[in-house]
Design a protein around this ligand. Structure first.
Ligand code: ATP
Ligand code: MG
Length: 283
């Protein structure tokens, strides 16, 4: 069997050419996208996906065109949040697919392609190196989703990321500096300690961190109209600005807050405005 040392040059694979072609295809597919924004967090289950979808709705309310790429291949949520059932890719022009469109938001999520209750299965080819291989396949799938979908003209493309500080760093590296980050946390000591690591993990990368979104900041009681405390501890400030605080609102758990006056909707609208201001000032 040959080892890498026996292969001369790139073995005829033109790997550099292939990578350049892929980068070109991604740049072309995203050429009409004004801003990209990655929604991440080192911590799992803090509401990244819910905040991403709700933020898209808030941007839509402000007249912006927006789409979401669900980059969480192991636990895709955006198809469900958007109310899409089984929905195959929609063929578009030039061999590209079109994102699904619900509530005026473009959605590309493997959740609509997989049968219910079936996980994504990524085949392993290299024995003993499953994790490395799977990690590479995730980025290959992400690159394919970015390059093979006709995103059209958009004010904002949001990426819903999976959890994990190291993964967040890998996504930053993959996206490059044109994709700023917002990180989602909940106001608990535990979540802040993990998200602080994600902030440090991103420090070596040029992607701007716009700030953290504090989710589940108090519990909104629709009956009494009050926001009551959910976490009692006093917690250390994080090293980036807080863009806003969204209460735990049972209406959000059931997809999106409906009323324009409830605290979660008001908070999301303010966060969307702040993000737009930050992105416009950096452009
Ligand atoms: N502000 C909120 N009010 C009510 N429920 C919420 C809120 N934010 C998130 N949730 C609920 O909390 C749960 C976890 O949210 P979500 O899946 O968005 O987290 P996540 O950070 O994306 O998780 P993962 O790390 O697995 O990707 C979901 O059931 C969601 O409906
Ligand atoms: Mg998620």
């Amino acid at each position: 069997m040959k080892s890498y040392h026996d292969i001369v040059g790139d073995g005829g694979s033109n790997v550099v050419g292939q990578v350049e072609a892929l980068h070109g295809a991604i740049a072309e597919a995203l050429s009409g996208v004004r801003h990209r924004l990655a929604v991440g967090s080192g911590k799992g289950g803090v509401g990244k996906s819910t905040v991403t979808y709700s933020l898209a709705l808030a941007l839509r309310r402000q007249g912006r065109s927006v789409a979401i790429l669900d980059a969480d291949f192991n636990g895709p949520c955006q198809a469900h949040l958007a109310g899409l059932g089984a929905a195959p890719w929609i063929p578009g022009a030039n061999g590209l697919a079109l994102p699904h469109n619900t509530e005026g938001i473009g959605i590309a999520s493997f959740g609509s392609l997989l049968p219910d209750a079936k996980p994504m299965e990524i085949e392993s080819v290299a024995q003993g190196e499953e994790q490395t291989w799977r990690g590479m396949r995730e980025f290959a799938m992400l690159a394919q989703m970015m390059s093979s979908i006709d995103w059209g003209t958009l004010d904002m493309l949001l990426f819903d990321l999976p959890p994990g500080a190291e993964r967040t760093r890998q996504y930053a590296h993959f996206f490059g500096e044109s994709t700023p980050f917002v990180l989602v946390t909940i106001p608990s000591e535990l979540s802040h300690s993990v998200v602080a690591r994600s902030i440090s993990a991103l420090a070596d990368y040029p992607n701007p961190i716009l700030g953290v979104i504090e989710n589940m900041a108090g519990y909104y009681c629709a009956d009494c109209g009050e926001v009551k405390p959910l976490f009692s501890s006093t917690i250390k400030e994080l090293a980036v600005p807080t863009l806003g605080s969204i209460p735990f609102d049972p209406a959000l758990a059931g997809r999106s807050a409906e009323s324009s006056e409830d605290p979660a909707t008001l908070a999301l609208d303010a966060i969307a405005r702040r993000i737009l201001e930050d992105l416009e000032s950096q452009a």
